[in-house]
Design a protein around this ligand. Structure first.
Ligand code: SF4
Length: 150
């Protein structure tokens, strides 16, 4: 949903606060739940993530979420799926060269990041997206990575 994306970028500060407050709770809950219902979390959590983030961010379920580093703007809506800034084809009005009716995802990402408290994160270099994770839950991946890191 294009409008959701524009809204998230415009209200990136509030979304950042929501993300910072909710993500530790979500990840902690997932770790507890995964111990109780071993191996049965993937389907329902992937469904919930798809619905929630689809509604809020037009999430494309890449499985490697970088929203907090891209001005709360999902980079996977870029027609070229660029994750480290725009291509050279941004139009003079800030729109996309592939979809002229759409604001460049990276213009929105930059605008969003300027509103965020941790706005330096947009300078971080992102790894190429791992397409093996497409369609899977980034929440579950993050919860598992947290466990491994401890
Ligand atoms: S970066 Fe990936 S997981 Fe995050 S909102 Fe975009 S498609 Fe969804």
């Amino acid at each position: 949903m294009y409008k959701a994306r524009l809204f998230a970028s415009k209200h990136a500060r509030a979304y950042e606060a929501m993300y910072n407050a909710s993500s530790p709770v979500i990840l902690a809950s997932l770790r507890v739940l995964s111990k109780i219902v071993k191996g049965k979390l993937d389907k329902p959590i992937t469904w919930a993530e798809k619905k929630t983030k689809g509604f809020l961010f037009d999430c494309q379920m890449c499985g490697n979420c970088v929203l907090s580093t891209t001005g709360m703007t999902c980079p996977m809506n870029c027609p070229k799926t660029l994750r480290n800034g725009p291509c050279g084809g941004v139009r003079a009005n800030g729109n996309c060269e592939v979809k002229p009716e759409m604001k460049c995802v990276w213009v929105e990402a930059w605008n969003g990041s300027t509103k965020m408290k941790h706005n330096h994160k947009i300078q971080e270099i992102q790894f190429a997206v791992n397409n093996e994770h497409k369609g899977s839950s980034a929440w579950i991946r993050l919860a598992n990575e947290d466990v491994k890191a401890k």
